[in-house]
Every structure is written in structure tokens, then in C-alpha cells.
Ligand binder design. Structure first.
Ligand SMILES: [Zn+2]
Length: 498
């Protein structure tokens, strides 16, 4: 394949010698076939070196950069680190994750390339030794071996998605910078198919967002061309990364460990010139940049900033399709048209709130009746009144109801001047008999001592987790609450109270 093209413009002539056609050296990252022609899917290549990779590479970078997807390699996977003279598999860089692909060897074997990484200035393929036969793998992939390196269908779809989003990010960042003077602090190519985002120093108004989106899509409609210019990297020309007043870096500079020696600039015709090693689509056609019409405010220790989410290309279609499906299935559930969904959901929430309020009111009323029943029994009691009441209740707030009963009970007792000492255990279980059930327990009494005694016994004898203070104790019991077992144990505990 040619080294010079309308897309790939070589400004330093001797860089042409750096693209290797022999097995002596690898073409440096910056001049790889995938960077010279981002739509190329297959290449005849030669193995330059291969060694056993052990242990597999760990993801570099800070935990906060997790959003960038890197294909993972299982810890027990045996891999070779293979360098080729040239490749169509892009190693990660410029915020763009590694490609995945395949290598075909002369013996007919198809080897999976699980990821590619840049070591210094060299692209390293992590080739999975699927049968564990390392000796054979080293033999078949020995230096000088002729192979075909390919983006298979899945690998190409993955790359096309990355290219669409990466080129869109350049377009978006350039417009933010030139139209409303907002620098891009960083960007994230999130896992498919989530929206990607750029981080900017402040939130944007809806008007700004729609203006930027309209401007971007005007340039897409004009089918602006994209090309790459490469020249030899002059170490003296490397500028330090700009910083905001807050100290936050604006974008990222050339990686310190890059030793490829190529200065690569990605140009969107009349819009942007940006040093970048990523793979970029040759034109803006079919990009259709879509910006999610809001920003998420982010507060971090030293600086406040916002995220602006965007979608484009195939990922935009997937996102729009799934969003539409969510909307139509919600509309079906609500028996309304899609435009009515927000209003209907609002109604459902309001109905739900008033239903909850009504349940609370009715529970309070019912609690008084249950308490009144208990009061009748306490009046007949001549010693300590001890009682266990078990209820079945599927409410998530069953404990609230038990609390309401205990409150109504103690209030009525004190109002009516009854002086019989008492200790009451209220329990509540969900209707389904499941081992994961959470059953709630509430103890109330006329003296601290008895409440504590019952609470302690529930902990030790029944394994209830809980605690209390003064005249109240509450806890939870996980498991199936059985009549003959847990109920019987509560009765026994109460029986021991003097
Ligand atoms: Zn870039």
C-alpha cells in the first residue's frame, strides 16, 4: 500500500523509509498501516519478534479512566507478544482503545489478537495461544514468518465505532473551543453503546448545545474532509500541556514514553488541526453528531466542571433504537401515545404518593384498633402482661406499622391509668416463605429492664440482629419465620420474663 495519499500526507520524506517491508524492524506507531488508511482491514505482514507474555498486561492509568474500554485478557490466558513489520490493528492511544482482530499464519491457524499495546514506539499484539501449546505458537509465529493481520467483522465494527466517536470528538472539541471558547479538559470513549463525553470547565445552556450541534451537523452535511499530516518529531517542539487556573490540564500531551519519533496531526478541513495518534475517518460524511441536550455537573476537589455527552455513527443508531424501544414499551404499559408518556408518568408518581399517604393514614387507624384489642386483655391480667403478636405483611415498611401499634398501645395504656406492667413482642413476616426474607421484630414494655432482657434473649436465642434504648427495641431476622419454631421461641422467651 502507498505511504502517501490524499488522506496520509508525509511532510518529512525520509519517514517513507520508516514504513518497513522487511522483518528487521517494526514500523513505528504513528506510521502504522491502520493510521495511514483507517479503512484497511487486511494486510500481509512479517513477524519481527514474538515472546511469551507473562503475566498478561494490566490496565495502566488511574482508576478514574476506567470508562475507557480496553478489551480484557483473562488472567489465565496464555499470550504471545508479537511484533509485526506493520499492522492494521491499532494499539490504544489518544483516548482510543485498542482494536481486536486476528492473525492468520501459513499453517492455516487463525489466532485471536486480544488487544494491542504501544510499547515505546512499537505496536505489540497480544496473541492468544488458544490450545496452550506455546512451543508451537512460537514456532509458527517465529521472526520472518509471513502472516495476514486482519480486522475481522467484530474487530472492524468495533474500530468503526471508535473512529466515528474519535473524529466526532475532534469536531466537537474544535467547535467548543472556537465558537464558545470552552477548552476540552479530557474526553472518554465509553463502553459500547453508552454515550461518550467531553469534560469542559462549565455547564452549557440549551441554546449553546443546540448551536454547537447545528454547527457540527452543518459541517457533516458539507462532508468536510479529514487528512493526516506526518513529519519527524522534533523533541524541542513539544509544548507542555496547558493548564487552567485550577491546575487542571487541558487535554493530554504526547505520552512521555512515546519513542516512535513521528509527529502526527489530524486535520479536519477548515475546522481543526490536532496532534493525535488515533485512527480517524477520512471524511465527516455519515457522522451525524448528536449531543445529549444536557450537561452533568461534576464537582471534584479543586475544580468544578461538566460533562457533555455525545453520540454519532452506528452507536447513535443503536442508542436511538433502544431509547425508542424504552419509550414505546413504557407508552404501551401506560396505554397512551409516546408524547403523553412524561405527563402520564408524572400522574402515576402523584397517584403513588397519595396512595402511600392514604396507606399511612389507614395503618395509623388500624394500629389503634389492634392496640385496643390488646388493652382489653391487659385489663384482665393480674401479673406482668406478656404478649406476642405476629403479622403477615408484604410492605417494605412493615416495621413502621409495628411501631405505630406499639405507640398506640403505650399511649392508650398511660391515658387510661392502667398500672399492670407489660412487655409486648410484635413481629412481621412477608407472605412468601423464603430463606432470604427479612422479618422485623419490635419490643415495647413498661420497664427498660424487661425490654432489654427480651431483646438480649431474641439476639442470643433466635439470632435477631437489633438493638434498642429505654422502652423500645427493634431488630431483623433473616430467614423463614415458622409457627412452631420462631413463634414458639418468642413464647419461651416471654415465658421466662418475671
Ligand atoms: Zn484524538
Amino acid at each position: 500500500m502507498s505511504i502517501d495519499s490524499v488522506y496520509h500526507r508525509v511532510l518529512s520524506p525520509h519517514l517513507r523509509d520508516w514504513v518497513r517491508t522487511d522483518a528487521q524492524f517494526s514500523t513505528p506507531v504513528g506510521l502504522l498501516a491502520c493510521q495511514r488508511d483507517p479503512l484497511l482491514r487486511q494486510l500481509d505482514a512479517l513477524v519481527v519478534s514474538s515472546v511469551v507474555s507473562s503475566p498478561p498486561p494490566l490496565a495502566k492509568g488511574k482508576a478514574t479512566k476506567k470508562a475507557v474500554i480496553a478489551p480484557t485478557i483473562a488472567p489465565d490466558a496464555i499470550c504471545l507478544e508479537v511484533c509485526l513489520n506493520d499492522t492494521v490493528i491499532f494499539p490504544e492511544g489518544g483516548g482510543q482503545p485498542s482494536d481486536t482482530g486476528i492473525i492468520r499464519t501459513a499453517d492455516g491457524t487463525v489466532w485471536s489478537v486480544l488487544q494491542a499495546k504501544r510499547h515505546g514506539g512499537q505496536a505489540v499484539h497480544y496473541v492468544h495461544v488458544h490450545d496452550g501449546n506455546v512451543e508451537n505458537a512460537l514456532l509458527v509465529l517465529s521472526p520472518g514468518a509471513e502472516v495476514k493481520v486482519e480486522l475481522d467483522q467484530a474487530g472492524f465494527e468495533r474500530r468503526y465505532d471508535h473512529m466515528s466517536l474519535h473524529t466526532s470528538q475532534h469536531l466537537l472539541s474544535a467547535l467548543l473551543e472556537t465558537r464558545i471558547q470552552l477548552p476540552t479538559l479530557s474526553w472518554s470513549l465509553t463502553s459500547y453503546p453508552a454515550p461518550c463525553y467531553v469534560e469542559i470547565p462549565r455547564g452549557m445552556t440549551i441554546e449553546e448545545i443546540s448551536m454547537i450541534q447545528a454547527e457540527a451537523n452543518r459541517l457533516v452535511f458539507e462532508n468536510r474532509q479529514v487528512h493526516v499530516e506526518v513529519e519527524e518529531l522534533d523533541p524541542k517542539s513539544i509544548k507542555p500541556v496547558e493548564k487552567l487556573q485550577s491546575g487542571r490540564a487541558v487535554g493530554r500531551g504526547l505520552p512521555e514514553d512515546y519513542t516512535g519519533g513521528v509527529n502526527r496531526v489530524v486535520v479536519i478541513d477548515g475546522v481543526d488541526r490536532n496532534p493525535c495518534c488515533g485512527t480517524h475517518l477520512p471524511s465527516l460524511s455519515n457522522l451525524q453528531l448528536f449531543i445529549l441536550p444536557h450537561t452533568d455537573a461534576l464537582s471534584r476537589s479543586s475544580t468544578t466542571m461538566a460533562r457533555l455527552y455525545f453520540l454519532t455513527g452506528p452507536r447513535l443508531i443503536v442508542h436511538t433504537t433502544s431509547t425508542h424501544n424504552y419509550l414505546t414499551s413504557t407508552a404501551t404499559l401506560l396505554s397512551c401515545g409516546t408524547p403523553q408518556v412524561p405527563e402520564r408518568v408524572g400522574q402515576v408518581i402523584d397517584d403513588r404518593k397519595s396512595a402511600t399517604r392514604r396507606i399511612e393514614d389507614v395503618e395509623l387507624e388500624l394500629a389503634k384498633y389492634i392496640a385496643t384489642d390488646l388493652i382489653r386483655a391487659i385489663q384482665d391480667s393480674d401479673s406482668v402482661y406478656k404478649k406476642h403478636v405476629h403479622r403477615t405483611d408484604d410492605s417494605a415498611t412493615a416495621l413502621n406499622f409495628l411501631t405505630a401499634i406499639s405507640f398506640a398501645f403505650s399511649e392508650t395504656v398511660s391515658k387510661s391509668g392502667i398500672e399492670v406492667p407489660y412487655v409486648l413482642v410484635l413481629t412481621s413476616s412477608p407472605s412468601a416463605q423464603m430463606t432470604t426474607n427479612t422479618n422485623v421484630v419490635f419490643v415495647v414494655g413498661s420497664e427498660d429492664k424487661r425490654v432489654k432482657e427480651v431483646g438480649d434473649a431474641l439476639k442470643t436465642k433466635l439470632g435477631v440482629k437489633g438493638g434498642g434504648k429505654g422502652l423500645k427495641w427493634s431488630g431483623k431476622f433473616v430467614g423463614v419465620w415458622k409457627n412452631g419454631k420462631e413463634d414458639a421461641m418468642v413464647e419461651e422467651i416471654l415465658g421466662n420474663v418475671l
